[in-house]
Design a protein around this ligand. Structure first.
Ligand SMILES: [Zn+2]
Length: 202
């Protein structure tokens, strides 16, 4: 495969990018000078070196040190009785920006497709279980996934598979209110919609 085809193929696997957009990226790069392209290549190589994954919420963060906890998980003033589950890191950023949530987070790392045979491999189920068991102050789990078929299915899957832990401990499991209209990706929701969805969780 020639480099144009190879790079197009790679870009087309990026979230939300189709083959046509992928090809546009490749031609954009062809129009750049060598030093600009080298900078991009170097940044990609370096990307994961200074980035840690938080051992509790699993989000990626960079603090210039090798800390194991991110700034949210290590912040003593956060409300430890609440754990909000989101699919990906960008969702967390959006909810933080809405300034309407003060509890802890967990980044699930994906969603469970319907009829999937190994759902526990699609999401960070083991890590979530560890976090729920570790946090003895926990009173509510808020599932904040996209208002899509997969999002709903994943929410139901989590609810069911955590019953044996949540029910004996009296932990409430809620989902975001449907201020998010059907089919909405949390990632693209505006701050007011997120605020509303949090307020009207059920
Ligand atoms: Zn964290």
């Amino acid at each position: 495969m020639d480099p144009i085809t190879q790079l197009t193929e790679i870009f087309s696997h990026f979230p939300g990018i189709g083959p046509r957009q992928a090809k546009r990226f490749v031609f954009y790069l062809l129009g750049q000078n060598d030093s600009a392209n080298k900078k991009i290549a170097d940044l990609i190589v370096e990307l994961k070196k200074d980035i840690n994954s938080c051992t509790r919420c699993m989000r990626f963060f960079s603090d210039g040190q090798k800390s194991s906890l991110c700034n949210i998980c290590s912040d003593e003033s956060r409300d430890k009785t609440k754990l909000l589950i989101i699919a990906k890191d960008v969702d967390l950023d959006n909810i933080e920006r809405s300034r309407s949530y003060e509890g802890l987070y967990f980044v699930l790392g994906g969603l469970v497709p319907i009829l999937d045979k190994n759902p526990e491999e699609r999401i960070r189920q083991f890590e979530l279980k560890r976090e729920v068991e570790r946090n003895t102050d926990l009173k509510e789990i808020i599932i904040a996934l996209s208002a899509t078929v997969e999002g709903d299915h994943t929410a139901e899957y989590i609810r069911e598979s955590f019953k044996t832990i949540t029910e004996p401990r009296g932990i409430k499991v809620s989902v975001l209110g449907r201020g998010l209209s059907t089919g909405t990706e949390l990632e693209y929701s505006d701050i007011d919609t997120i605020k509303n969805a949090l307020k009207h969780r059920e």
